[in-house]
Design a protein around this ligand. Structure first.
Ligand SMILES: [Zn+2]
Length: 175
């Protein structure tokens, strides 16, 4: 009908230019304080009736908003065993992992500097296995088993720790 309007990302269904911004804001949730108990206790398996698509969308929105490479549901106050992570930094492709598990870890450990959205401005050297074999479910409850190494293995392990109520300050070799 009005192709010039449809092409403009800032004008959506009759809202003013700021409308699109508001639509995005609605999905954003604040990061909970690092001392909140939700970040320090093991998160139980996903609720049976969890709207996985909605949670995946919310996690992606919030991760990109905060310029993170991974974000766990409990970091934004959602008590579900799920996180989103970038599987490839260049393409920015993400996966959302529900009920994630680490099945096997390589003996070979590497030290890398990590940050965490729950601890702004804190960067710590953390040793972790270089490669892992993981299992997780997707939005449709399909089960995936895959081997991750390097960057993706690092992010998975960091987010997996959040599921277990562990944060990176407990793993650092800085102290
Ligand atoms: Zn973190």
């Amino acid at each position: 009908m009005y192709p010039q309007l449809l092409q403009s990302p800032l004008v959506v269904s009759g809202l003013e230019a700021i409308g699109n911004y508001h639509l995005n804001i609605k999905m954003l949730k604040p990061l909970i304080p690092s001392e909140d108990s939700l970040l320090h206790n093991k998160i139980k398996k996903c609720s049976y009736d969890l709207d996985r698509s909605k949670l995946s969308y919310t996690l992606n929105e919030n991760m990109f908003h905060h310029n993170g490479v991974g974000l766990s549901a409990n970091q934004i106050g959602i008590n579900e065993r799920a996180f989103v992570m970038m599987i490839d930094i260049e393409s920015q492709e993400t996966i959302t992992c529900f009920n994630p598990k680490i099945i096997k870890e390589s003996k070979n450990q590497v030290v890398m500097e990590e940050g965490c959205l729950s601890y702004p401005d804190l960067f710590l050297k953390i040793p972790r296995p270089d490669s892992i074999i993981v299992k997780y479910e997707d939005e449709g409850k399909n089960i995936f088993k895959r081997r991750l190494e390097g960057f993706s293995a690092r992010v998975f392990q960091h987010e997996y720790d959040h599921m277990e109520g562990i944060d990176f300050t407990q793993r650092t070799i800085n102290k």
